[in-house]
Design a protein around this ligand. Structure first.
Ligand SMILES: Cc1cc2nc3c(=O)[nH]c(=O)nc-3n(C[C@H](O)[C@H](O)[C@H](O)COP(=O)(O)O)c2cc1C
Length: 253
């Protein structure tokens, strides 16, 4: 497996670079790693007459990697421009267009990514106002269009004057790096986990409602209809909130 760090910051050795470095340090040494600094690449959009050779090179690196670490600071409450420009220039290659101009995942489908962003804003203010949300959302939108699967995200706040990563943030990055080696295995078990969750809900609801009937707190008429509708509705709500908490809602610290 190969893990590719893509750094889209103004600073080659800034906070964002340190976060990527720490994640890569955590990656199992049996895997290959590489980091590219987008400022080193003078890419331009493809034209009808000419495909951009710098984009060719970058596209090759993306294709040969299994996991991408997409790391860019939050500038003006949004994704840093160099990373956004990279996504914009790469659009024609990231997705396939049908006859109606709709986009579809193409050659990058089922690769994985971890997103990283950071900002000066304090943890509490970011938690309340979501300064870093738009940066993460932009990354997610592009990756989702390309069919690339999200593994996790890392957010660092309070970056003003930071020279070294705080110990807790460094260990979070190392842990995320270690987890990258098992991303393929985790995808395969997601459906299995939801099926397990359904049966857990069904068994617990049967036990709870059975006890209620035994205690005379629940009517016996239409028991199975009440029971099955409760299981289905409760499972749908629980699965929805779990999906929101683990995938949709962005980290803010
Ligand atoms: C052009 C620019 C715009 C920025 N805008 C914001 C912002 O809107 N909110 C914020 O909290 N920090 C903002 N920052 C601070 C950066 O997000 C912060 O310094 C980040 O940690 C820089 O990462 P780096 O060390 O990799 O360059 C901005 C920095 C720059 C250079």
């Amino acid at each position: 497996m190969k893990v590719l760090g893509i750094l889209g910051s103004h600073r080659r050795d800034g906070v964002t670079a340190k976060l990527v470095d720490a994640v890569l340090q955590g990656v199992d040494p049996a895997n290959k790693t590489e980091i590219i600094y987008l400022e080193d690449y003078d890419f331009k959009p493809d034209t009808y007459e000419r495909k951009d050779p710098v984009l060719d090179e970058l596209e090759g690196k993306l294709l040969e990697s299994d996991v991408w670490i997409i790391a860019a600071p939050t500038y003006w409450r949004s994704l840093a421009g160099k990373m956004k420009d990279f996504f914009d220039c790469l659009r024609q290659r990231l997705v396939r267009f049908d006859k109606q101009g709709e986009t579809h995942p193409d050659r990058f489908k089922n690769k994985h990514y971890l997103s990283i962003t950071d900002c000066y804003t304090g943890t509490f203010e970011n938690w309340v106002t979501g300064v870093t949300d738009q940066s993460l959302r932009t990354i997610d939108q592009v990756m989702s269009a390309a069919g690339v699967i999200k593994v996790n995200e890392i957010v660092m706040t309070n970056t003003w004057g930071i020279q070294e990563l705080p110990a807790a943030k460094k260990s979070e990055c190392l842990k995320r790096g270690q987890q990258l080696s098992s991303v393929q295995k985790r995808d395969d078990s997601t459906v299995k986990r939801y099926i397990q969750l359904f049966f857990m809900v069904a068994i617990m609801a049967l036990a709870a409602m059975g006890i209620q009937v035994g205690l005379g707190l629940f009517p016996k008429t239409h028991f199975w209809l009440s029971y099955s509708s409760f299981v289905v509705i409760f499972f749908a709500l629980l699965a929805g909130i779990l999906h929101f908490a683990t995938y949709v809602k962005h980290r803010r610290k």
